[in-house]
Design a protein around this ligand. Structure first.
Ligand SMILES: CCCCCCCCCCCCCCCCCCCC(=O)SCCNC(=O)CCNC(=O)[C@H](O)C(C)(C)COP(=O)(O)OP(=O)(O)OC[C@H]1O[C@@H](n2cnc3c(N)ncnc32)[C@H](O)[C@@H]1OP(=O)(O)O
Ligand SMILES: O=C(O)CCC(=O)C(=O)O
Length: 352
């Protein structure tokens, strides 16, 4: 490492002192800081170079090439196919079909499934969340005590012509009732070559330094997937970066970073696997009176319809104690995973 980089490292460590960051307790707000120059979004774990830390601080994302092996990805792909064929049944799994095919007849393979969520009870897919090389990076953003909060395997279908394969520009924090935002990170790994043609991620660099914005359904002619809210107002002139990636490349991004993904204009299904992690020190918030109220209401309504629960189900703030703690073979890192995933995502519980 050069002398300049060494010097930078010393300065960064100095700015990184504990106490420089103070969490805000208001739900809609981001974290506030005492020290305007302190590195706010990253920790020094000896993994990220000073240049990489500064890049994440400024851009809100970092792309690491070739992080997940071909063999692991092929195993995730094979498990996905088994799930689609219903050869394995995974408790708690949420299966999404694209809005263009949601009402069509049953197809017993991956063509019908555009996303799996909450695969934490599938040991093969959950291996992704516990890969040491992923966790080492996650630790740079969350600190050493890591919770896996939400999992997805996204199988973006070839667009049927109505552009429904697009994912509107959004901030993931809209879906998360916990804070502080800066201690949350998403790892998103390309399961094949991802390009503008098959709908790569599009990000607005630096947007993570803004606030959580109002989200709602975009007014798109061809319709949009259920619960796919988009940011209401963002600067359309903000520079965009299309993240074209190779199989195994992984991007880590901040939950306030505005991002989305384009239409899949190829005949193939574009696959990616992802996990949102948070520091175990994160706390749940009450979203009442914030911009997140609309998504909370939708989840509430879905729960009523799907599971027959009524008004006695309340969106509430509660520190959960009913979680499983999974100790991983990774220094100081543990993953707390809760069996009832909705408790993680929205902390619903039946009031007595
Ligand atoms: C005790 C409490 C239980 C609460 C359970 C609630 C489950 C909610 C799951 C979604 C939460 C989202 C959390 C995401 C957090 C991470 C965010 C990271 C960034 C993002 O990914 S942003 C996008 C986030 N949103 C989603 O991921 C939601 C994706 N949608 C789905 O997963 C499914 O569409 C959904 C909402 C689970 C519904 O599927 P399903 O239950 O299988 O639907 P049904 O077959 O029962 O049909 C109901 C009704 O909806 C129509 N439908 C089905 N799929 C779609 C679709 N993709 N788009 C539009 N409409 C759809 C279907 O035709 C039915 O219509 P009817 O008129 O016949 O009733
Ligand atoms: O994979 C995609 O197409 C979009 C994923 C995304 O936006 C997300 O994980 O928040």
């Amino acid at each position: 490492m050069s002398r300049a980089a060494d010097r930078l490292r010393v300065v960064l460590n100095h700015l990184d002192r504990p106490g420089a960051v103070r969490a805000s307790f208001t739900s809609g707000q981001n974290v506030s800081y005492h020290h305007p120059q302190a590195l706010r979004y990253t920790f020094d774990t000896d993994l990220l170079s000073p240049e990489q830390r500064i890049a994440y601080e400024e851009d809100g994302f970092i792309l690491i090439k070739n992080l997940v092996s071909e063999e692991d990805i092929d195993r995730f792909r094979a498990e996905f196919e088994r799930i689609c064929k219903r050869e394995v049944k995974v408790p708690g799994l949420v299966v999404m079909r694209d809005v263009a095919i949601a009402r069509s007849e049953f197809m017993p393979d991956q063509k019908a499934v555009s996303k799996l969520q909450d695969f934490q009870e599938d040991p093969e897919l959950f291996r992704y969340c516990a890969l040491p090389q992923i966790l080492k990076y996650v630790e740079c953003f969350t600190g050493p005590n890591i919770m896996a909060m939400h999992t997805m395997l996204i199988n973006k279908p070839p667009d049927a012509g109505k552009k429904t394969s697009r994912h509107p520009m959004h901030q993931d924090l809209h879906y998360f009732p916990f804070r502080p935002a800066d201690r949350i990170v998403c790892a998103w790994t390309a399961m094949e070559r991802v390009t503008r043609q098959n709908g790569c991620l599009v990000v607005l660099p630096g947007s993570h330094r803004g606030a959580l914005l109002e989200h709602d359904y975009p007014e798109w002619e061809g319709g949009v997937n259920k619960m796919y809210h988009g940011v209401r107002n963002y600067d359309p002139t903000h520079p965009r970066v299309h993240l074209e990636m190779e199989k195994g490349d992984t991007v880590f991004f901040h939950p306030i970073l505005i991002h989305g993904s384009g239409m899949n204009q190829t005949p193939g299904f574009r696959k990616a696997i992802s996990c949102h992690y948070a520091s175990a020190d994160c706390y749940y918030i009450d979203v009442q009176g914030t911009t997140q109220e609309n998504i909370a209401k939708e989840v509430h309504e879905l729960a009523e319809k799907k599971y027959g629960v009524d008004d006695s189900v309340t969106f509430a703030v509660r520190k959960t104690t009913g979680g499983h703690v999974r100790h991983l073979n990774f220094s100081c890192v543990f993953i707390v995973f809760f069996t009832v995933v909705r408790r993680i995502v929205y902390m619903y519980y039946l009031e007595q």
